[in-house]
Design a binder for this molecule. Structure first.
Ligand code: DWN
Length: 397
């Protein structure tokens, strides 16, 4: 597959690789060139340079799905949709701390999770948990020990897998004939509409669009059955329902796919392999990065105290692309125990507990976790400082 680069975000670290003071002093942090390319055949948008999974997903992975009540509720609702399909056997790929899995009994649901800290957790609460990456080896084990699965579910995982067609092929292998594969990941359409270039980081090997997924699923013996846009989940995602290629189920063709095509996502003119919305994204990113840094520097020069709210993978991309560090951001606040007391990847901004750092001394807070904007603003109705975000363009909220 030939790929054409269209967005360059510079030298970047592991976005979730929060460092202890000792790790900081070792001064051997991993960096790589972060950029996006588009495949001329499938229009799949992917990292130009992939990062080996072991560097990102290991036994002290920081992101806990259940840390967010919004996401716990989201997966409770997702489980109800799954149960309406009456599956006897359920497999979750990338189960994290079990936010989706916990809605099923331990007899009918199993999971695959490469991060040992989370696989141990779901095992301790009674689920068969395969602490492995999603590959042919674990598929063979599951088929031998549990047989074919009626429902395969995966959230914020498929887009993390470099060989995504291989991953889909393995899903097709493990699915029963009338099985359904439901997966949800951030969707490129929302990134283009919101200029949310911070969705691009090492873990997100791909930024899916439906028009590319249709082709990739077909290569794996599957076909798209339904699409549900999830515009407020993780900055804008899509839930895709897929079935075996030789099967059919009632329903209308995915309208979101038409919506993407009508906005130019799948179209390239004959002498240019980059769809025009991708070129616009690259232009917008350059303007956005410069504007954010300029606005923050003006405030800093006025002696204002600026923090970032939410130690997110997304804000790692922003701060390393814009070269925004401790000269601008005093510290980052977060509610995740495993991040507190550490330093942000790349720019090494200290992370402190939200209860300690978010107070009346703060003049301006950058919305590092802008995907939870409503929840955050509702949580702090009396905050007298100014919120600033870059989505969909740099502005004070
Ligand atoms: O794909 C991924 C998505 C699902 O989550 C992973 N690759 C990594 C991760 O990305 P992220 O770190 O950008 O995710 P979040 O969910 O945007 O992170 C939110 C962070 O903000 C958490 O560390 C918790 C924190 N937070 C906070 O400190 N106060 C969140 C809220 C709502 C708050 O009030």
């Amino acid at each position: 597959m030939s790929k054409v680069k269209f967005l360059d975000l510079g030298r970047q670290p592991i976005a979730n690789g929060f460092l202890t003071k000792e790790e900081l002093e070792k001064d051997d942090e991993f960096f790589f060139d972060l950029s996006l390319s588009v495949d001329e055949e499938t229009n799949l948008v992917s990292l130009t340079n992939f990062v080996e999974p072991e560097k990102m997903f290991n036994d002290n992975y920081h992101f806990h799905t259940s840390a967010s009540p919004v996401m716990v509720d989201h997966f409770r609702r997702a489980s109800r949709i799954a149960k309406d399909l009456n599956p006897k056997k359920v497999l979750e790929i990338g189960s994290n701390d079990g936010a989706f899995l916990k809605n099923f009994d331990t007899e009918s649901a199993i999971c695959v999770e490469p991060c040992g800290n989370f696989a141990n957790h779901t095992r301790e609460i009674g689920y068969t948990s395969y602490n492995q990456f999603w590959d042919t080896d674990v598929v063979e084990k599951i088929l031998k020990e549990h047989g074919k699965q009626d429902l395969v579910y995966s959230a914020n995982c498929m887009c993390h897998i470099e060989d995504v067609v291989g991953a889909f092929r393995n899903v097709e292998k493990v699915m029963s004939n009338d099985g359904v594969f439901i997966f949800e990941d951030p969707n490129l359409f929302f990134t283009l509409m919101r200029n949310s270039y911070d969705q691009v980081y090492d873990e997100h090997a791909h930024l899916f669009s439906c028009c590319s997924l249709v082709l990739l699923l077909r290569q794996a013996g599957l076909k798209m059955w339904k699409v549900e846009p999830l515009e407020n989940i993780h900055g804008g995602s899509c839930r895709i329902y897929a079935i075996k290629r030789n099967k059919s189920r009632e329903g209308i063709p995915p309208t979101f796919l038409q919506f993407e095509l009508s906005h130019g996502l799948g179209q390239t003119d004959k002498n240019d392999s980059i769809p025009w919305p991708y070129k616009i994204l690259a232009q917008n990113v350059e303007v956005s990065g410069k504007m954010l840094k300029d606005k923050l520097l003006v405030l800093k020069n006025q002696g204002k105290k600026i923090i970032s709210y939410g130690a997110t993978s997304k804000s790692t991309t922003i701060f390393n692309y814009c070269k925004i560090g401790t000269k601008v951001i005093d510290y980052i606040t977060d509610t995740t125990d495993s991040k507190i007391g550490k330093f942000s990847p790349g720019m090494h901004i200290p992370i402190i507990a939200e209860g300690e750092g978010f107070n009346e001394s703060v003049d301006c807070a950058f919305l590092g976790a802008w995907n939870y904007k409503e929840a955050i603003l509702n949580k702090h109705p009396d905050f007298e400082g100014r919120w600033i975000t870059h989505v969909p363009e740099v502005h004070f909220v």
